[in-house]
Design a protein around this ligand. Sequence first.
Ligand SMILES: [Zn+2]
Length: 302
Amino acid sequence: MHALQEVLRRAQKNGVALGHFNISDFVQLKAVFTAAQKLEVPVLVGASEGEREFFGVRQIAALVRSLREQFDYPIFLNADHTHSLQGAIEAARAGFDTIVFDRSALPFEENVRQTREAVDALKAINPAILVEGEIGDIGTGSEIHEEEPHVANQLTSPVEAKQFVEATGIDVLAPAVGNMHGMLQSMVQGDTKKRLDITRIAEIKSAAQVPLTLHGGSGTDDEDLRKAIAAGINIIHINTELRVAWRHGLEEGLAKQPHQVVPYKILPFAVNAVEQVVSSRLQLFNTQPRASEARSETLLQR
Ligand SMILES: [Zn+2]
């Protein structure tokens, strides 16, 4: 019905990208779903190992499934940055639509071997599941970093990308193209922006020929995000910006009602704050390119 593979195919064809938003509670899920529903665009919800541990693997799967079924809505669930095969299998069995199997910290050959093994194991559980693999270094922690995190300055090369996709059989590739997890304080204030290597994205796309995910999208220059989509990025992850909004919203709800103890009167402030960020990102990701840009995007697909 709303197979994720088909949604990605259509996104590529239309020159738009699927927004991926991390959640660890129902406030964030409600915000993401409401924003997507208002704009009538498909959406991908993600939960990392830490987020899953807090929410519950089967519990988050049940909630997302309930939204998909009740509203007949294309909302999908991703097991973000899964570092063990056991964790990936648990998510696949719980009904996740896609798994990011991340062994990018390992040497290339070992990353290939373990990712290949994960692809086989996960497709045996659910042949329709999508497996995403990762190469290169984009740092860890969707948080506010005091200083520029130590990233090995290891951008993904097109040759490596092609080799990795062919050797592992992954459905989706997450490259390192100038993106980084988390935000610097200056990015939270809007004083600085992350910049992307657009040429490299186009080269990786034409070499790898699979959907591409941009991780660590928070705090990235809007124009770079638009160009990245035109160059072949199909999924964009936003986490830290949502966390910042969640905290501000919660603080506002508490400050405005100093004696309030009813959760459903305090938490809507957090829902609204997160929803605004999700809505702004979804509008950017789902804006169809102008005719001249659409042409170069079509060329890249060849
Ligand atoms: Zn990520």
